[in-house]
Design a protein around this ligand. Structure first.
Ligand SMILES: [Zn+2]
Length: 318
């Protein structure tokens, strides 16, 4: 439905193609040229700040979901707060010295799920707002649960890809490899079993590429929406905020044993960090609405990559 109503999406939103990212292809980005910086952000989720005024997510979850559906069906949500926060953040990125090599937004671009009433309007405003990023700073996007549904379908995946390019891909910057994965396939692949299988196979192929000594990447960094875990690899399954134990452990061990040292995620709407062996899981709070009493403010993360370190710092927008 929203495919017919949405604004024309500019090329800057659609650079993920053929499982890589235009301008950051492997062949031309294998040489380390010195330290660089990028911005990792998550969950602009246009509309959630307003929803939080009406829906009590601290109470029983079933009741909150009912309230949320009822609230959204009214079609009266506003998202000026998110627009203003994102505009401010983009101004900060555009002024930054050194200039970020790229900005990655780790999913949940807007609050309404596919098929919900105000999704097209929210997406139009997301596109309008983020089109103000300096043309020399590539924008990397990936889908979250609000972009594909909690239980994605082939149609929601195809619809996302038709707007924003591939839902998973790799790219390279100065000898550092970045993998953008679609973790929704690990959260719930009931309706996307074939796509999930292809994605899992693709990850194995990327890991094989990492093991190839010829490549000699300085680092390999993963971006995703839902974190595998928020604090500890053995934490209990959470219906919303982590991936179920069996898949979590299978994938974390695979990433860790193949030399991946950092995974950046979002979805949690507050900051958190965890570790498994030498692999750091960094959960970055939202550009938009915050959840819980963490005291975190809307913000983003500045990541500084050096030859032997990956340092990061969360910055509040206001
Ligand atoms: Zn999410």
């Amino acid at each position: 439905m929203d495919s017919v109503m949405i604004k024309k999406i500019g090329d800057m939103f659609r650079r993920a193609h053929n499982r890589t990212f235009r301008g950051f292809e492997k062949e031309s980005n294998l040489v380390w040229k010195g330290p660089f910086r990028f911005i990792q952000a998550a969950d602009p989720q246009f509309g959630l700040i307003d929803e939080f005024k009406y829906v009590n997510w601290d109470g029983p979850i079933d009741k909150a979901i009912r309230q949320s559906i009822e609230y959204k069906s009214r079609g009266a949500a506003v998202w000026d707060d998110e627009i203003n926060l994102c505009k401010l953040a983009i101004e900060q990125w555009n002024r930054m010295i050194p200039k970020p090599k790229f900005v990655v937004v780790c999913g949940d671009l807007v609050n309404d799920f596919p098929g919900e009433r105000q999704r097209s309007d929210q997406l139009n405003d997301f596109i309008e707002t983020f089109s103000k990023i300096d043309q020399s700073i590539p924008l990397v996007l990936l889908p979250g649960n609000h972009d594909l549904l909690n239980q994605p379908t082939p149609k929601t995946v195809a619809d996302y890809c038709s707007k924003f390019g591939d839902d998973y891909f790799s790219f390279w910057v100065d000898g550092v490899m970045f993998m953008v994965i679609n973790v929704q396939y690990y959260k719930d692949s009931t309706k996307t079993q074939q796509l999930a299988k292809e994605h899992d196979y693709w990850i194995d192929c990327q890991l094989k590429d990492i093991r190839n000594e010829k490549n000699n990447y300085k680092h390999v960094i993963v971006f995703q929406h839902i974190p595998w875990f928020t604090h500890h690899i053995d934490e209990p399954d959470d219906s919303i905020f982590n991936i179920a134990m069996e898949e979590r452990k299978r994938m974390i061990k695979k990433f860790s044993s193949n030399g991946i040292r950092a995974i950046f995620a979002g979805h949690y709407h507050r900051n958190s960090c965890g570790r498994y062996e030498d692999l750091e899981i960094v959960v970055t709070s939202a550009m938009g609405a915050q959840i819980g009493n963490s005291g975190d403010k809307s913000g983003y993360r500045i990541v500084d990559v050096d030859v032997d370190s990956i340092k990061h710092q969360y910055v509040s927008i206001e």
